[in-house]
Design a protein. Structure first.
Length: 95
């Protein structure tokens, strides 16, 4: 799926589950936006589906190289619920 990491990037991976039935979601549309040090463009980037041990995860390369506090904001939606995405925010601190 990926052609290898671009210089100065990290790889992020996300598995998506339906909490009501504890089942992995394999048809999600996932995007990630990052707010952090020297991030001049906080626009959302699509995370690509990846096959991992027979399951689907979503991933992509991001730049988290500068020291400081980052917010990783994930938006996940099923094709039938594009107008009602789930949002999750993760905090990352790079020394």
């Amino acid at each position: 799926m990926h052609d290898g990491p671009p210089p100065g990037t990290d790889h992020t991976t996300l598995a998506v589950f339906d909490a009501a039935i504890n089942q992995r979601i394999n048809d999600a549309e996932v995007s990630l936006s990052i707010e952090g040090p020297r991030n001049s463009d906080p626009g959302a980037e699509r995370l690509d589906p990846m096959h991992l041990d027979g399951s689907i995860t979503y991933g992509g390369y991001v730049s988290l190289q500068n020291p400081g506090h980052y917010l990783l904001i994930l938006h996940t939606a099923r094709p039938s619920r594009r107008d009602d995405p789930v949002r999750a925010i993760f905090v990352y601190q790079r020394s």
